[in-house]
Design a protein around this ligand. Structure first.
Ligand SMILES: [Zn+2]
Length: 263
């Protein structure tokens, strides 16, 4: 009896394999593949957000500048707090205020690319997307020597094609994980609370360089983030790219994350 059962079970197994085998043959023969079949979209590296969440690092980023008058105030706040930041600059603004661009760099901040004329990238041709980035990369390099491959699309607007084309050209898209919403006159206190509520290890804070409310809330924001154990780094440091602004381990031992975890 048990021998018959074993035989039956064996038969069932064979039948399953037969079905799988038949399916494979059909698939390989192309019988079920439509004539217009295309391989699925091959993902390129996704825009980076919170790339190293295990470290108590946070990156302050400022878009759209430099702005005469405001950028100087912003730099003074950062210098007093001894905090590095990343400036996603607009190329035509950098051309307009070359001294300010140099000052950002001389103060030890990272310069990154926010296109030349601040267009929506998803509506541009591939050539124009790369042209916008190249122009700004060249301005940054000519004026400061910094070689910038990081960029942030204006308005956060991008398509799959934008990611593919820019990635192929050697650029890396950077978005954000913490919004300040500082473009619409948000009161400084509201903005600061919003950022503090969302602050997390590896966070990238999106702010804008020409906003008086942003500059007003920044000293308290930095002080409270420091109290919570955050270390301020540039985006390059977050990404693990070579960067001269990496915190000195002797000064800022990474013993405890801002979330209280030990490493
Ligand atoms: Zn912008």
């Amino acid at each position: 009896m048990s021998a018959i059962l074993r035989k039956l079970r064996l038969r069932v197994v064979i039948r399953r394999y037969e079905v799988i085998l038949f399916g494979c043959v059909v698939l390989l023969s192309g019988a079920v593949i439509p004539a217009k079949w295309e391989p699925p979209f091959r993902p390129y590296p996704l825009p980076l957000v919170e790339p190293l969440p295990q470290r108590p690092w946070i990156a302050l980023t400022f878009d759209d500048g430099p702005h005469a008058g405001r950028t100087e105030q912003l730099l003074a706040v950062l210098k007093k707090a001894r905090v590095p930041a990343t400036f996603f600059v607009v190329g035509k603004m950098a051309d307009r205020y070359p001294q300010l661009l140099r000052r950002i760099s001389d103060d030890g901040h990272q310069l990154a690319n926010h296109t030349y004329s601040h267009p929506n990238l998803s509506g541009l041709s591939d050539d124009n997307v790369i042209g916008e980035l190249e122009q700004t990369r060249d301005v940054i390099q000519r004026l400061t020597g910094q070689k910038s491959t990081l960029f942030r699309p204006p308005g956060g607007d991008f398509s799959r094609r934008t990611v593919r084309v820019t990635s192929q050209a050697g650029y890396q898209m950077v978005l954000w994980s913490i919004l300040s919403r500082d473009l619409n006159g948000t009161p400084p206190g509201t903005m600061r609370r919003r950022i503090l509520q969302n602050a997390a290890d590896g966070g990238i804070v999106l702010m804008h360089s020409g906003m008086p409310n942003t500059i007003a809330m920044l000293p308290d924001l930095i002080a409270q983030l420091k109290d919570r154990g955050f270390h301020f780094v540039t985006v390059s440091t977050l990404l693990g790219l070579p960067d001269m602004h990496r915190p000195d381990p002797a000064e800022t031992p990474l013993l405890q994350t801002a979330a209280g975890k030990q490493y």
